[in-house]
Design a protein around this ligand. Structure first.
Ligand code: ZN
Ligand code: FE
Ligand code: FE
Ligand code: ZN
Length: 264
């Protein structure tokens, strides 16, 4: 099994360094471990939300060292890059500067509201839960169409604090999946929701069923922010994907996708 979505202490809301994650992943039997640290964005006011630009060299360096030190596991240089309409030029040029294996595109913000941050979860009520979901899916479609990303991160994350839309979102979701398919992206099957109040995968089993019908590839990730969260709930998640019909997952190297059989 592979885990394509882990963070480190460099993001300032995580624990552990690259080497600790790698050692834990080896113990868990992971074949490919993908670091997907939050992109540094100078000037964005979320001090604990992401890596500092000055730490980026440390990140790259640690990954290169770990590759030499642990040849028994494949280590990938990934990135979790936000979709932030006001910062796209910067984000695009940042992505071009480094030899990334893949880019996860995640929507965490609606305007300047970080709806994925527990500090601002009260704002769902003011903004409106239905509106949050609709604007979120619209932003995901825009993100997919930028062509900057390989994988859409934790689709359906606005449910994180247990909020449920009062309207039927099937149309929104299907439109979004269609765009994701047309643009050639894969979905992050993110187990962090199973560690949170919502107790569900991102995306939900229902959405994964729709994604399978649209023939959208999937890439499992734990979104670990501590070394012992690597491969969190992977046996159940792999079994669920198989039950839905998935027999394949994908891997990336230098931003080229390959399909491999889905097995633990
Ligand atoms: Zn994070
Ligand atoms: Fe995220
Ligand atoms: Fe993440
Ligand atoms: Zn994430």
């Amino acid at each position: 099994m592979n885990d394509y979505h882990v963070h480190t202490r460099l993001c300032k809301h995580g624990e552990g360094d690259v080497y600790q994650y790698v050692e834990f992943a080896i113990d868990k039997g992971i074949k490919e471990l993908g670091f997907a640290e939050h992109i540094p964005i100078p000037g964005l006011d979320d001090p604990d939300g992401r890596m500092d630009s000055k730490d980026f060299a440390v990140y790259i360096n640690d990954i290169e060292n770990a590759r030499r030190q642990y040849p028994e596991i494949k280590i990938l240089l990934g990135l979790e890059a936000d979709y932030l309409p006001g910062y796209m030029e910067y984000i695009a040029s940042f992505i071009k500067q480094y030899p990334f294996d893949y880019i996860i595109g995640s929507v965490h913000f609606i305007g300047d509201w970080d709806f994925s941050n527990p500090l601002y979860k009260e704002h769902y009520e003011t903004f409106g839960v239905d509106r949050t979901f609709c604007e979120y899916y619209q932003l995901v479609r825009e993100a997919a169409m930028t062509g900057l990303y390989d994988i859409i991160g934790h689709l359906d994350i606005p449910k994180r604090y247990g909020h449920k839309a009062g309207i039927d979102l099937t149309g929104e979701i299907d439109d979004t999946l269609q765009v994701i398919k047309r643009c050639g992206l894969a979905l992050d099957v993110n187990t962090s929701g199973l560690r949170r109040q919502v107790q569900e995968l991102y995306p939900s089993q229902t959405i994964l069923g729709r994604a399978f019908a649209f023939d959208i590839p999937v890439v499992p990730g734990s979104d670990a922010h501590k070394p012992d969260e690597v491969a969190y709930a992977f046996p159940e998640t792999y079994a669920l994907l198989q039950k839905i019909g998935y027999h394949e997952t994908c891997v990336y190297e230098h931003r080229v996708r390959k399909t491999i059989p889905l097995y633990l």
